[in-house]
Design a protein around this ligand. Sequence first.
Ligand code: 1GP
Length: 241
Amino acid sequence: KATIYKEILTAKETNKKLLAILLDPDKIVLENVTALIEKINQSPATHVFIGGSLVGNSILDTLIQQIKKHCTLPVVLFPGDASQISNHADGILFLSLLSGRNPDYLIGHQVKAAPILKKMQLEIIPTGYILIESGSQTAVERVSQTKPLDSNNLDLVLATALAGEMLGNKLIYLEAGSGAQKAVSQEIIKLVAQNTNIPLIVGGGITDQIGIQKAYDSGADLVVIGTAFERDNNFFNFSIK
Ligand code: 1GP
């Protein structure tokens, strides 16, 4: 049953905008997790994403179990590598870092993860992951040892997204990097949204409600908020129309 993806597709068709809160297990203190989940439940979030560039696996299972216990939102893994897999989640963004030319992040980690995922029940959502240059080096760039795409090279950004769709990916994720100085530009979001048919995720460096709305207006179907919520758990004390 592919319910997570079906819901994203339906949202796209009906122009209902989606919002994911990204939790990095490395930055979470388990003792505070109940209060954190309460904030998530009060927020307009439609999904919880779990991942980080360097997750030490120790609390991943426990964290997801806690979330599943107190929160009804779908929990989707957004892994940095094959060690960040937990059968307690509902699904996984099966990422391929298409902006880079590091074979490990194009296919290597995926080959390691596949036999593990084969034994699990997670919904697997193939995702073309595209890192866009955003002012300074981000963790994705450092850990994957790849260069992001030049944000002025619109032809290359679009060609990469198109290749991602043609390869059979079910989602495109335009990523500026966690804590990015500049979010992905509206121009890039529009270009990719107008020329592809699969749902579009946008994240990285979005720090306020205006930023979220701009991404939606440009054609993002799902916006990811990590750092802003991590810094201020009251970040979502506004309602999104
Ligand atoms: C990072 O796109 C996500 O992978 C979210 O980024 O932490 O900047 O919100 P932020």
